[in-house]
Design a protein around this ligand. Structure first.
Ligand code: GDP
Ligand code: IMO
Ligand code: MG
Length: 429
């Protein structure tokens, strides 16, 4: 049996590219789907058979038959939110308990992590990051500071360990003047959720994944957030607290860099961002509003409106490079159907200098240099094969492939599972 590799799918922009939808579409070709970083800051939307689901911690392979879904060691897990998510799925007839396993090395988000997230944001005032408020930053901080709690700790002296971490947090919160009145009820829900979590199988996931590869099983790793939110390479400090690029998959699952196979890079035909931070191609005009409106650009987790703008090829070339993307996936082209002209940012101008590569910071005064292309002005949402696509759209796709130098393998023309055109993948899968 040939040893297999892990294929990884990750967002190339600021998140919300449509990862959930495509992981669901690709899952039939895999036996295992694994999350490797992030936590319930993610909101991955799937639509099929007239139903819409938003997944936050549970991998998006959960709806496709008896696939094994794994929450990997690189993930930060909030037991309260996992319970909520799983119980909602159970209510709509999807009992996932047997199909979901959790790494013992995944870190736990505690109620005090959420309070710390809120208190830190408040203390930053106008300079706030605009986090999702899920305790992500404080939990990863504890991980790196070597003071965190892990899922595996539930199987040993959890209460003592919990108290030590919690008391330290409370001390910190008091010094910050935070309101702690909700903490007792949050802790009660937390303790109930820890009991609930014991109903799942905890695994040494690095061994599970490597053995699966040895046995010839296909594994798909599902990224969360997007490359421009990566803690090292994103628009720091307006980023999340994990590595969202493909290297994060090695750490977050315990696999060797040689064990990475395909790298699917997913992007929207335009660009969005939620929360604070620089966004060179942002539009505040009616085209931006049209994108937000037609694209239903509201956060799946927080409901916040997403900022919209033109596609940024400087940023995309950078994130493709960082992750070694082998296959591109283009989403939400249908949102641009009504436009007579489409713009793509091909370079930045800062002062009197032109940049084709990503500068150190995007917080400078950047003027995007655009190339204009004719719009297709035809509805794409009914297209199901390449032959159905209008010429002007094919021209746009060819332009992007030439600029990005990676083939676009999948084109999505609507939120539903069926609104997906497999282009160059047909022969491979
Ligand atoms: P994720 O976080 O990357 O999984 O993306 P989100 O689920 O947060 O946001 C993507 C949104 O776009 C969801 O509401 C999807 O249902 C929707 N969507 C996905 N693909 C398409 C598409 O091709 N066209 C349109 N119009 N909507 C899409
Ligand atoms: P998915 O997986 C879009 C953003 C937040 C904020 C910054 C830090 O659905 O694509 P955090 O709570 O992580 O500390 O917030 O990152 N952010 C996302 N934006 N999609 C996401 O996930 C995001 N997860 C975090 O808005 O700007
Ligand atoms: Mg999302």
């Amino acid at each position: 049996m040939n040893k297999k590799k892990v294929d990884v799918l990750l967002g190339l922009q600021w998140g919300d590219e449509g990862k959930g939808k495509i992981v669901d579409v690709l899952t039939p070709g895999y036996q295992m789907v694994a999350r490797f970083q992030g936590g319930p800051n993610a909101g991955h939307t799937l639509e099929f058979e007239g139903q819409r689901y938003v997944l936050r911690s549970i991998p998006s392979g959960i709806f496709q038959g008896n696939k094994l879904n794994l929450i990997g060691n690189g993930v930060v897990l909030d037991p309260v939110l996992l319970r909520e998510e799983a119980e909602q799925l159970a209510q709509s007839g999807h009992n996932i308990k047997k199909r979901l396993v959790i790494s013992r090395k995944a870190h736990l988000i505690l109620p005090t992590h959420r309070l710390l997230d809120a208190a830190q944001e408040l203390s930053k005032g106008a300079a706030k990051i605009g986090t999702t408020g899920k305790g992500i930053g404080p939990c990863y901080t504890d991980k790196v500071a070597r003071t965190g709690l892990r899922v595996g700790d539930i199987e040993r002296d959890f209460a003592t360990r919990y108290k030590a971490v919690r008391d330290r947090h409370v001390d910190l919160l008091q010094k910050m003047g935070a309101d702690l009145s909700k903490l007792p009820e949050m802790e009660e829900a937390f303790y109930q959720a820890i009991e609930y979590l014991k109903g799942y199988q905890f695994v040494d996931s690095e061994i599970l994944v490597n053995e699966a590869l040895e046995e010839g099983l296909n594994v798909l790793a599902e990224g969360a957030q997007g490359s421009l939110l990566d803690v090292d390479f994103g628009t720091y400090p307006f980023v999340t607290s994990s590595n969202t690029v493909s290297a994060g998959c090695c750490i977050g699952l315990g696999i060797s860099p040689k064990a990475i196979g395909r790298v699917y890079g997913i992007f929207k035909a335009y660009c969005t961002r939620v929360g604070s931070g620089p966004f060179p191609t942002e539009l505040q005009d009616e085209v931006g509003h049209m994108m937000a409106d037609r694209g239903h650009e509201f956060g799946a987790v927080t409901g916040r409106p997403r900022r919209c703008g033109w596609i940024d090829l400087v940023a995309l070339r950078y994130t493709i490079m960082l992750s070694g993307v082998t296959h591109l996936i283009m989403m939400k082209s249908d949102v641009l159907d009504t436009l007579s002209t489409i713009k793509a940012c091909v370079a930045y101008r800062i002062g009197d200098k032109e940049y084709k590569n990503m500068p150190y910071s995007l917080e400078a005064d950047i003027e995007p240099i655009y190339q204009e292309l004719p719009g297709w002005q035809t509805p794409l949402d009914g297209c199901r094969s390449e032959q159905d696509l209008p010429d002007a759209f094919r021209h746009y796709v060819a332009f992007l492939e030439a600029q990005l130098r990676v083939p676009i393998s999948i084109i999505s023309v609507g939120p539903d599972r069926s609104q997906t055109i497999m282009r160059k993948l047909n022969n491979e899968l």
